[in-house]
Design a protein around this ligand. Structure first.
Ligand code: C2O
Ligand code: CU
Length: 586
């Protein structure tokens, strides 16, 4: 009874905020996100973290393909932040994409900003997260995009749904620790425990506090698990004891079903997974642990096993602890990660066709590497660790790239190079000082509208720092047409490219000491960030920006800025001035 009246109440609330039509015919939804500091206790430690609407995890956004969602972010915290809608294309609308210094400056405390999120191509699970410093540690949530009105899934309608969010918990004030580490040029902190739906589970050894998420299932039913890899700074494995998983979607697009006892996921990855409760009724652990691809000498990582419990409903007797998934790969099982990832294919059906660009107009070769820079007296060792793309470590500009581009402000960014400054044995063991040392810069690659891009990301072993780099692109998904180990060979490797049913994703790991080849059509005018989704690599500068120029028509051009874009406090010419100036001109 109680639950029914709550349901009615929620439905009534939703209706209040719903208008009949969006610009493109879908429904319009409104949400208020109140961000503020809240005390949260995990691993026997209470700390104040930023939460949205008083809860960690943050609220779920639910929409249909074709809908528009407005999120009014009220910043009641004590530092600036931004939000990003990871995996949402945002056609012509970089203004609401969110990465700080790229498409906006931070929303300052005691102010608000309304994001407009347009769901056009994506279907399935994507997610939202803070996109300023390390705030997304706790500021994140799932986005469920249902099929458009009148359409359905390319698989039988599931009996129920369950959102599973993989996360990580850090003891201490993360942003302060990171700020200090960045100033010293030293390594970033490791998480202290992994989480499933916000809880570490009952296998943790750090303390005796038992906080475990439970999911009650009914025997014989099939559920759609909507999995979000919100883990800040590591790749992870995930499995459910005794049950296979059928992965049917990834990054907001359907894929050819993969039946698997475990999954491997990079930070940022979302999946739609069918799960059938067809085992002997009882208790089963779902579990997640780190996939560690760094040098074997790196041992100080988070070794915790996060668990949650799948509990079959009904009357049966069960004694003992839940079954643990023995198919969950161990930390350094690189092979397991590779086997899973190699199976991902687009659905490539009549209804969900692939559209891989075949005539390429822009070719880029981007070297993804760890590096160092000399630093002034502020840092301990005289060297600062950095990460780079084509030997440039991203430097945040004083005004965001989108404003600088839109208002023609010169001197903010330069050209991102199509090739590395030197060609060397990227995956070898010896590196010249000229390769090890780097510099910072704000470099942007400008693409004409509709240009077709092929980009090779090549990993390196500089500083013995080879590892997987989950590269993420905003504003469009890309086809992953090839990948391999060692140095990319531009004669033999293209012969292996898959142009038939390559996966279309927004994040994909460049394998340790290897490369990937991606293709996309630059048909979304705007300013789009690309970066490694391991948070410490992003902070060290493993990032770049595409500007996709306008086409000839309004439909192929960026939309004008919405009202209330946050200004940039560290920039000396106030944005408001330019804004009104522009209004006078037009
Ligand atoms: Cu999930 Cu640039 O982010
Ligand atoms: Cu990386």
């Amino acid at each position: 009874m109680a639950s029914r009246s709550i349901l009615v109440h929620v439905a009534a609330l939703l209706l209040i905020g719903v208008l009949p039509f969006a610009a493109h015919g879908g429904t319009v939804h409104y949400h208020d996100f109140i961000v503020k500091e809240t005390n949260v206790t995990r691993l026997c430690m209470t700390k104040s973290v930023l939460t949205v609407n008083d809860s960690f995890l943050g609220p779920v956004i639910k929409a249909r393909r074709g809908d528009t969602v407005y999120v009014n972010l009220h910043n009641q915290g004590d530092y600036g932040l931004t939000l990003h809608w990871h995996g949402v294309r945002q056609p012509r609308n970089p203004w609401s994409d969110g990465p700080e210094f790229i498409t906006q400056c931070a929303i300052q405390p005691s102010t608000n900003f309304t994001y407009e999120i347009n769901f056009t191509e994506e279907e399935g699970t994507v997610w939202w997260h803070a996109h300023s410093d390390w705030t997304r540690e706790t500021v994140h949530g799932a986005i469920v995009v249902l099929p458009a009105e009148g359409t359905t899934y390319p698989f039988p309608e599931p009996d129920g749904e369950e959102i599973i969010i993989l996360g990580a918990w850090y003891v201490g004030k993360l942003n302060l620790i990171v700020e200090e580490d960045l100033a010293q040029g030293v390594n970033m902190p490791n998480s202290n425990g992994y989480l499933i739906n916000g809880y570490p589970g009952d296998l943790i050894v750090e303390c005796t506090m038992r906080q475990t998420y439970r999911w009650v299932v009914e025997y014989g039913k099939t559920y759609l698990i909507r999995l979000v890899t919100a883990v800040l700074d590591a790749e992870v494995f995930f499995a459910i004891a005794g049950h296979n998983l059928t992965v049917v979607g990834m990054d907001g697009a359907y894929i050819k079903p993969i039946v698997t006892p475990y999954i491997a996921a990079s930070p940022g990855r979302t999946m739609d997974i069918l799960f059938t409760a067809d085992q002997t009724p009882g208790l089963y652990y779902m579990a997640s642990r780190e996939h560690q691809s760094e040098d074997a000498t790196v041992t100080g990582f988070d070794h915790s096993n996060a668990t949650a419990i799948v509990e079959y409903q009904g009357n049966y007797s069960y004694s003992g602890t839940p079954l643990f998934p023995d198919d969950l790969p161990v930390y350094r099982d690189f092979k397991a990660s590779e086997i899973f990832t190699a199976q991902i294919r687009s659905l490539a059906s009549q209804e969900y066709p692939v559209d891989v660009p075949l005539d390429i107009t822009t070719r880029m070769f981007v070297v993804v590497s760890m590096n160092v820079i000399y630093c002034d007296d502020s840092c301990q060792s005289g060297h600062e660790i950095l990460s780079t793309l084509n030997n440039i470590s991203w430097l945040d500009p004083p005004v965001d790239i989108l404003k600088a581009y839109y208002w023609n402000i010169s001197g903010i960014y330069g050209d991102f190079p199509d090739y590395p400054p030197t060609w060397y044995n990227f995956t070898g063991d010896y590196f010249d000082d000229s390769i090890v040392f780097t510099s910072k810069g704000t470099k942007v690659k400008v693409l004409n509208f509709n240009e077709t891009v092929e980009l090779i990301f090549q990993g390196t072993n500089v500083l013995f720092g080879s590892m997987n780099h989950p590269m993420h692109l905003h504003g469009q998904s890309f086809y992953v047409i090839g990948s391999g180990y060692g140095n990319f060979n531009n004669e033999t490797d293209p012969l292996t490219f898959n142009l038939v049913n390559p996966p279309k994703l927004n994040t994909y790991p460049v394998p340790k000491n290897g490369w990937i080849a991606i293709r996309f059509r630059a048909d979304n005018p705007g300013v789009w960030f690309f970066h490694c989704h391991l948070q410490h690599h992003q902070s060290w500068g493993m990032a770049g920006v595409f500007i996709v120029l306008n086409g000839d028509t309004e439909e192929t051009s960026m939309r004008p800025p919405p009202p209330g874009m946050p200004s940039c406090p560290s920039w000396t010419i106030p944005f408001e001035f330019l804004d009104s100036d522009m209004k006078n001109i037009s």
